[in-house]
Design a protein around this ligand. Structure first.
Ligand code: ZN
Length: 451
């Protein structure tokens, strides 16, 4: 049993002083007590918070940042970005993917995240041939999570078609396409790569454009207790194509054809009509918002105010990893709403600090979307926690909600001092414990990829 103390901590009932925690050998919190007489022999942190889970990632895309910003011959958008991403894919080996993922997990941990849902679709060799181990690449993602101590919910992705109506995959998609039946074999093979007690396996049909209704029925037949994630309604063209195919919008189609519930996470859900927003919020499903990626790709702005008013669940992902900082993601989410509505504190609950509302929303939605028992400093939960550096200029002199507002709206990863993932103490003094080794490996990979 390990003991740890905090002068101030955010507990489910609110801010508490002089908190003492016990963590068992598996990384679960077993006791949490406040108003304690702090013991000088035990390590004591100034401010402790639950650490959020990152609910959407394509880890390899971290290596692509900064390489897609030159304007093409005509207007650039998500689809022209996607062509550049596809052109990058053939260069990536399993070793490269493992190293890029490890570097990403270091950076995300240093910003305060403790776990990730990897929406993993890069399955095959560059020529589309399967690896001897169908789940070789899934194993590399898991290896990166183990090297960095980062929590993982692995979501192998089913991708079978290149568009609505069952068009076959094209050349750029050969590294990730499978028939529904072959996908289930790969999904099953992924399970053996998950070794830690807090690792979780879920399922991810890529999007309605990438699977037919028949594929989707087969894929959803997989037996598991994890979450199901799907990209939905990210782009206007995707919605238009879905209407041309089915007469319905993507979220509308999913609500009409499947039992959508709190096990589901709809990634982006940017282009929903008002009726879809209300109907989806009421299912208890999570909206997987990726604010900096959605801004970077010009996706549009999520209907946050209506979703919030309906009590909809939501969480934060970093998707393409153009951003890797929880504070920046939450700020971007709120600022997009402010610009849209010409108001302030749009996503705050009445009479509550904006960052407190945002942070607690992201904690709950992230945990739900990962199927991870986290998001609270409470007995029985994984010890996923973050400590802040109260000496950082943005935080100095601040306490409780004003500290949180300062971190989220004016701070960054530089405010984070320590992070634990299921009790694994992975960030100390603002630096990930494997930062140096992994940065060296990453530098070699990047030089090779860009040569
Ligand atoms: Zn995505």
């Amino acid at each position: 049993m390990r003991k740890l103390q905090a002068k101030s901590a955010l507990l489910p009932e609110g801010w508490a002083k002089d908190v003492s925690l016990e963590i068992d050998a598996d990384g679960r919190l077993v006791s949490v007590a406040s108003e304690c007489v702090l013991d000088t022999a035990t390590e004591t942190f100034e401010t402790l918070l639950p650490a959020p889970s990152n609910l959407h990632s394509h880890a390899f895309q971290r290596a692509l940042v900064g390489l897609t910003e030159v304007r093409g011959p005509s207007d650039d958008d998500f689809w022209s970005w996607r062509e550049r991403m596809y052109a990058f894919l053939p260069r990536l080996t399993p070793d490269d993917v493992e190293t890029i993922a490890a570097q990403l997990f270091v950076e995300l941990a240093e910003s305060g995240f403790s776990a990730i849902a990897e929406f993993h679709y890069l399955h095959h060799q560059a020529d589309g041939v399967v690896y001897d181990d169908l789940a070789e690449m899934a194993g590399r993602i898991s290896a990166a999570a183990q090297q960095t101590g980062f929590g993982l919910t692995l979501l192998p992705v089913a991708y079978a078609r290149s568009g609505f109506g069952g068009a076959p995959p094209h050349q750029g998609q050969i590294r990730f396409s499978n028939s529904a039946e072959n996908f289930l074999k790969l999904w099953d093979a992924s399970r053996k790569h998950l070794h830690r007690e807090d690792d979780k396996l879920g399922l991810a049909p890529h999007s309605l454009r990438a699977v037919t209704p028949g594929d989707l029925a087969i894929i959803l037949g997989a037996q598991h207790d994890g979450p199901t994630h799907i990209h939905a309604a990210e782009q206007v063209k995707e919605v238009e194509d879905c209407i041309a195919w089915s007469g319905q919008r993507p979220v509308e189609w999913l609500l009409n054809h499947h039992d959508i519930n709190e096990k589901w996470c709809f990634i982006h859900a940017t282009q929903m009509a008002a009726e879809e927003t209300t109907a989806l919020a009421r299912t208890g499903a999570v909206a997987g918002l990726c604010p900096t990626t959605e801004a970077d790709l010009g996706d549009g702005i999520f209907n946050g105010r209506q979703w919030h008013a309906e009590g909809g669940h939501w969480g934060i992902g970093t998707d393409s990893h153009i951003g890797t900082d929880i504070a920046v993601e939450l700020r971007q989410l709120e600022w997009s709403q402010r610009l849209t509505h010409k108001q302030r504190t749009v996503l705050a609950h009445p009479m509550q600090s904006n960052a407190r509302s945002l942070y607690e929303g992201a904690l709950a939605g992230g945990a739900q979307a990962l199927g991870r028992i986290s998001g609270q400093i409470a007995p029985g939960y994984w010890a996923d926690m973050v400590a802040l550096d109260k000496n950082h200029p943005v935080l100095v002199g601040k306490t409780e909600d004003s500290l949180l507002d300062s971190w989220i709206f004016a701070g960054s990863r530089a405010c984070v001092s320590n992070v634990w993932s299921a009790g694994r103490h992975i960030v100390e003094g603002g630096k990930h414990i494997e930062r140096g080794n992994i940065a060296q490996r990453y530098a070699r990979v990047m030089k090779k990829l860009l040569a």
